[in-house]
Ligand binder design. Structure first.
Ligand code: DC
Length: 224
């Protein structure tokens, strides 16, 4: 099966790109951030302090996660049998996801769910460590980046559209804090694989990012 890894920080446009690639190539799109978000949501729902790593690890066996794609190709994550839907897209859950994602046991807990997705399908998988840890043997690895301002503006527009009352400054400072957490954690830091192709889309419209990614994919798959 073909595996395409799209890594990069939040707001860099990974999910927009990965969704467009999935349509174009007919591969399934796997958003791995949704899994960390779902663990974060569970801890919030159960009043577990995000600073209490031991308690977070102790509660993991209570969680059954599954991931499936509906007939439109949209991904769904269920938490103990209930579809989490958009409840994982709030800024509180973003912060919780970043906190739980630094814990090695949480990452280990989610490893098989991610790897299993590529057993029966060609996949476009987006995350932070897809090219480094989940699929070091991915056929194509793209690390998507964009300037902080550009990323914050995109994320802010998404949150406002969902009805959150939050300023651009707040989004920028939350994002910078999470970036530092994600990049500097010991386990699977969010850094590019040595064989990833860097793609800066700060000044690109989504269709330009798609065209650039398709070029990268074409050249890598032709060489294979
Ligand atoms: O991509 P996202 O914003 O939905 O990710 C939510 C959090 O999960 C983010 O802080 C980084 C973390 N994450 C991770 O550590 N590894 C992944 N493969 C995907 C997300």
């Amino acid at each position: 099966m073909i595996k395409i890894a799209i890594d990069g920080p939040s707001g860099s446009g990974k999910s927009t790109l990965a969704k467009a690639l999935s349509k174009k190539l007919g591969y399934i799109y796997v958003d791995t951030g949704a899994l960390y978000r779902t663990i974060g949501l569970y801890m919030l729902q159960n009043g577990v302090a995000l600073t209490d790593k031991a308690e977070i690890v102790r509660r993991l066996p209570e969680i059954t996660l599954s991931m499936f794609h509906d007939e439109n190709g949209s991904q769904h994550v269920t938490l103990n049998g209930v579809d989490v839907g958009d409840t994982i897209r709030t800024s509180a859950v973003s912060a919780a996801a970043s906190a739980v994602s630094a814990i090695p046991e949480v990452r280990a807990f989610l490893l098989d769910t991610q790897r299993n997705m590529a057993k029966e399908h060609n996949v476009i998988m987006d995350g932070r460590d897809i090219g480094t840890v989940i699929f070091p043997d991915a056929d194509v690895k793209i690390f998507l980046i964009a300037g902080n301002e550009a990323r914050a503006i995109r994320r802010h527009a998404e949150l406002i559209e969902k009805g959150e009352n939050i300023t651009l400054e707040q989004v920028l400072s939350d994002m910078e804090r999470r970036d530092v957490n994600d990049r500097t954690r010991k386990e699977a830091p969010a850094i590019p694989a040595s064989d990833a192709v860097m793609l800066d889309n700060s000044s690109f419209a989504p269709e330009q990012t798609l065209a650039a990614a398709l070029e990268i994919i074409k050249s890598k798959l032709n060489k294979a």
